[in-house]
Design a protein around this ligand. Structure first.
Ligand code: GLA
Length: 427
């Protein structure tokens, strides 16, 4: 394994270090759609009625998610981000949706989303204002939690702008308690560690006990440099963050931007593969009303989604850098392994990678079965520790594989078959 830097460390992880928030939700990484990256704070519905933040947008998303196979693929939550409320609370101090853009109100919208078999997410902020300057929840946690429960909302994304950082933990924990008190199951998506990192290393035990997923790093943009910066941050903090992930609570590297403008198809494949390896929530921010068929197929790829949703619930991590390849591995149920090999050389053409250089390849001793999922689905058959298999990845693209160790019984059977074949060919 010449030129290889094997990054150690995490292979011995057993399970998550702490108890998850016990609300029975996010047993697997959340899947759905979230408006922010693609639609941002576009509130001028006169100028852009199809893309402004309004009830119409979420209703159309729900329609298309059912019609175009998204729901069937597992994408379940339709989530509102910032810029939905009115600038003022009502006379009882409750948040209210902007009356012009949400004439039916959030409860009606939730009913519509539920009638499609989907779930509705909403957005608020732990501090005085949301990041875009709408009313924050500070001083109103119980009121707001109850309002969301009354509206039959299913997920809350709770941002961390306009908050004294020393009070972040308390604020996030109090909202968690307030949600719990409503008696409604509301998935709780936090940004607590992201806002704490500039000041101190967050307490991931407390975060896992409080939230169903949590953002650690900057907002994703529609660019490869943004996606890469998130991967780099994750790999360089993996010792701290990976042990906190598991059923019920996940690290959130932010939205999938697949199907937008900024990523090449190879880069989109890299984002999808790596988000599955990281056991990340799969919240797309794109426009499924108008999406390129290849991006859609990638987002709905059952084999990749199976890795994301694997019942073992362990987050994968970077295990090696070999030349300009990065190797990421995720342990899967039934002793299987998912491997992503990302080609970081952004010049030239496809490059080959000798697969036995993957640190986890030892599960192929004595034999394993290998399936390639990206860039194309291919059964690569039975392999050995000394396999000469070379896989190929395009610049900024990723080869994604699953490896299944072959049990000793099955192995004996293969040897027997081989012996019989030899006997007859020698006759
Ligand atoms: C922050 C969050 C984003 C988005 C915006 C909305 O930047 O990290 O995900 O919610 O606020 O204003």
């Amino acid at each position: 394994m010449r030129g290889a830097v094997v990054l150690l460390g995490l292979v011995g992880f057993i399970g998550p270090a702490a108890e998850a928030l016990d609300n029975g939700l996010a047993l697997r990484p959340t899947m759905g759609w979230l408006h922010w990256e693609r639609f941002m704070c576009q509130i001028d519905c006169d100028r852009d009625p199809d893309n402004c933040i309004s009830e119409r947008l979420y209703m159309q998303m729900a329609d298309v998610m059912v019609k175009e196979g998204w729901k069937e693929a597992g994408y379940e939550y339709v989530c509102i981000d910032d810029c939905w409320p009115s600038r003022q609370r009502d006379a009882q101090g409750r948040l209210q949706a902007d009356p012009k853009r949400f004439p039916g109100g959030i409860k009606k919208l939730a009913d519509y989303i539920h009638s499609k078999g989907l779930k509705l997410g909403i957005y608020a902020d732990v501090g005085k204002k949301t990041c875009a300057g709408y009313p924050g929840s500070l001083g109103y946690y119980e009121t707001d939690a109850q309002t969301f429960a009354d509206w039959t909302v299913d997920l809350l994304k709770f941002d961390g702008c306009y908050m004294d950082w020393t009070l972040l933990g308390e604020g996030y924990m109090n909202m968690s308690k307030a949600l719990n008190k409503t008696g409604r199951s509301i998935l709780y998506s936090c940004e607590w560690p992201l806002y704490e990192w500039p000041f101190k290393q967050p307490n991931y035990t407390a975060i896992r006990e409080t939230c169903n997923h949590w953002r650690n790093f900057n907002d994703v943009y529609d660019s490869w440099s943004s996606v890469k910066s998130i991967l780099d941050w994750t790999a360089s903090h993996q010792d701290v963050i990976v042990p906190s992930a598991g059923s019920g609570g996940w690290n959130d590297p932010d939205m999938l931007v697949i199907g937008n403008f900024g990523l090449s198809h190879d880069q989109q494949e890299s984002q999808m593969a790596l988000w599955a390896i990281m056991a990340a929530p799969l919240l797309m921010s794109n426009d499924p009303r108008d999406i390129c068929p290849r991006s859609k197929e990638l987002l709905q790829n059952r084999r990749i989604i199976d890795i994301s949703q694997d019942p073992l619930g362990k987050q994968g991590y970077r295990t090696a850098k070999v030349d300009s390849f990065e190797v990421w591995e995720r342990p899967l149920s039934q002793n299987r392994l998912a491997i992503a090999v990302m080609n970081q050389q952004e010049i030239g053409g496809a490059r080959g990678f000798v697969i036995r250089a993957v640190p986890g390849w030892k599960i192929c001793d004595p034999l394993c079965n290998v399936t390639q999922i990206l860039p194309q689905y291919k059964e690569l058959g039975v392999q050995t520790p000394k396999s000469k298999l070379v896989i190929s990845a395009n610049p900024s693209g990723t080869a994604l594989l699953t490896v299944t160790p072959i049990s000793s019984n099955f192995r004996r059977m293969l040897y027997r078959q081989e012996a019989i074949k030899q006997k007859y060919t020698n006759l």
